[in-house]
Design a protein around this ligand. Structure first.
Ligand SMILES: [Zn+2]
Length: 376
């Protein structure tokens, strides 16, 4: 097909631009364009040479940034076949995306009802379109008026749940164990499956991968929609570096690492962020994660771990759930970032009730844990 041929050419131009950019050490995309354009405007429709050069210069920028940190970075190469069309070259006419393959010759791609409804809104500004072999992504921007947050919500994400606490101290636990168990199940199924032909095996693996990803995405969309619809300012942990904790070579088992890396906390953060901006006009606030679990939300002392995910504060003499404690710390940090100085720590009275309840629970579960221990 003609579009596939253009995709192939597009990839070729991008990779050639990368090569030339590295060879002549060009950092300006306009300089790169004037070098590349005369060579390739015959190979591919000239409008796509520009977008290919923009793409290449973006890749080169990332490459140079990575090279500063690590000298052994591989030379970049675009593997996927795509076309990037800038917003001057395509039109949306009668629920169809119309774009040129060569001068005065167009291809039409039908758009579904949902997409055409969103794009028909007046306040939308269209950006560039990216076509891959089985996907069309249309980027757009719109102005969202900023609403006043109805409250604040601190979220601590764990392996099997996400614990949310609002400004009144009310705690809601969102169960995410479904994601982990689904992923483990697919892993189990695939581990028993053997096919003599590698290509068939790969295909089956891909099929299960897509299924599992779809399930996860649906679930995450449900969670993030519910969170965003509350109209509260969401505060989450900054998770940069979390994967380092469970990497190969850390002396942990494969199964353990798989479990802990199994669900995409980043994806939930991303979804939360864009949905919150879309609904309310303010983004998620990311707080520093250091010590949120290990420090007491009431006094700030270091907590001592107890059984069943419980933590004991040696100063306040309370036993708290570690996830709830962490989410309260995250909320408090977020409030400080927002400029509130007062509620940086939870009011002892408000939380004592909550903590006392926990205390009772532990008393019922394991009374021997509560034998008076020397406080430090
Ligand atoms: Zn304390």
């Amino acid at each position: 097909m003609e579009v596939l041929q253009i995709m192939e050419d597009f990839r070729f131009v991008v990779n050639e631009s990368i090569r030339l950019g590295i060879e002549y050490n060009i950092t300006s995309k306009f300089k790169l364009r004037s070098l590349v354009y005369p060579q390739f405007n015959k190979t591919i429709y000239s409008a796509y040479v520009f977008t290919a050069v923009w793409k290449a210069s973006a890749i080169l920028k990332n490459y140079r940034k990575a090279k500063k940190k690590n000298v052994c970075v591989k030379t970049p190469f675009m593997k996927r076949r795509i076309i990037v069309i800038d917003n001057q070259r395509y039109h949306i006419i009668h629920n169809h995306l119309k774009f040129p393959v060569r001068p005065r010759q167009f291809v039409y791609i039908p758009l579904n009802h949902h997409v055409s409804e969103i794009l028909s809104k007046l306040d939308i500004k269209l950006g560039e379109v990216t076509l891959t072999e089985n996907k069309v992504s249309i980027s757009y921007s719109k102005n969202v008026s900023r609403k006043e947050p109805k409250g604040y919500l601190g979220i601590d994400m764990n392996l099997e749940n996400a614990t949310c606490v609002d400004e009144t101290g009310k705690i809601t636990v969102i169960d995410t164990s479904k994601i982990v168990s689904t992923k483990m199940k697919y892993r189990e199924v695939l581990s028993h499956m053997t096919r003599p032909d590698v290509r068939i095996h790969k295909k089956i693996k891909q099929k299960y991968g897509v299924k599992q990803k779809n399930k996860e995405d649906t679930f995450l969309h449900q969670i993030s929609k519910e969170i965003a619809s509350q109209g509260r300012q969401v505060i989450m942990e900054n998770l940069i570096g979390i994967r380092k904790l469970y990497r190969k070579g850390n002396g942990q088992g494969t199964r353990f690492r798989f479990r802990l890396n199994s669900w995409s906390r980043f994806k939930l953060q991303k979804m939360n962020n864009y949905k919150l901006i879309d609904c309310n006009g303010f983004p998620v606030i990311f707080a520093r994660p250091n010590g949120t679990t290990s420090k007491c939300a009431i006094c700030g002392c270091k907590l001592i771990p107890e059984k069943r995910r419980m933590m004991r504060c040696p100063t306040c003499h309370v036993i708290v759930d570690r996830d709830e404690n962490a989410s309260k710390n995250i909320l408090a940090r977020g409030l400080v970032m927002l400029g509130y100085t007062k509620p940086a720590r939870f009011e002892p009275d408000a939380v004592q009730d909550e903590a006392m309840k926990q205390f009772k629970d532990v008393e019922q579960i394991a009374p021997n844990l509560l034998v008076d221990e020397p406080s430090t």
